[in-house]
Design a protein around this ligand. Structure first.
Ligand code: TYD
Length: 206
């Protein structure tokens, strides 16, 4: 059986990534792939319980980081690795880059904490492609305002989200082969076309 594909989707809240995950799933299904969708924080019963806690209970930054990675470990072991071993195309709404962007960039936790923790928890499990939906914090906030009620992290101010955005930019600069920046400031059609262009470039024979 061919090895699976692990693709993650990232961006500040309101960037619109959730809309495009469905379109990417359709793109791969139309080419015969066995697609599985998941998300972080969450993706397993235990990690979904942790998600509920981390998004709604008050806590310090390091606790927030450790809960994200606790859920991630369970997700990797019980969902991601089995899916990849079964040859699936796993599309994940957020993964470790979100911890570097939010808890690193946004909360200010140092790379000296994040990097060893990520290595330890992931043990080599890493997306082969990450689509980063990038847009200014102000524009994302305007989009969020018209959506549902904000959770604990979404209630942060514009400066926080600009730091998160800078955190993503730093990750993308470190891993340019893996992380594809998508300009998310356009219409759904325009952003969708940019996503398809990346996919066609990456998977020409797919
Ligand atoms: P999100 O994908 O925005 O869920 P939804 O669209 O359903 O609200 O993820 C929830 C929040 O979790 C989001 O604000 C980003 C945050 N987050 C972190 O802070 N660190 C992480 O490691 C992950 C995976 C998410």
């Amino acid at each position: 059986m061919s090895p699976g594909r692990f693709i993650s989707f990232e961006g500040i809240d309101g960037a619109g990534k959730s809309t495009h995950i469905q379109a990417v799933a359709d793109w791969f299904r139309a080419r015969g792939a066995d697609v599985q969708l998941s998300r972080e924080p969450g993706g397993t019963p235990l990690a979904e319980t942790l998600r509920d806690i981390v998004l709604h209970q008050p806590m310090g930054s390091l606790t927030e980081l450790l809960l994200m990675f606790a859920g991630r470990r369970d997700h990797i072991e019980t969902v991601i690795r089995p899916a990849l071993a079964a040859g699936k195309t796993l599309l994940c709404d957020r993964f470790t880059d979100a911890s570097f962007a939010y808890q690193g960039g946004g909360r200010g936790l140092p790379l000296s904490v994040l990097e060893p923790l990520a290595d330890w928890v992931q043990e080599g499990t890493e997306p082969e492609l990450t689509l980063w939906f990038d847009l200014p914090a102000e524009q994302a906030a305007a989009r969020r305002a018209s959506a549902r009620e904000a959770d604990r992290i979404e209630q942060q101010d514009l400066d926080f989200f600009e730091r998160v955005r800078a955190g993503y930019a730093a990750r993308a600069a470190q891993a340019p082969q893996r992380i594809a920046r998508i300009d998310a400031s356009g219409t759904v059609e325009q952003v969708g076309a940019a996503v398809r262009a990346v996919l066609a470039g990456r998977y020409p024979t797919c």
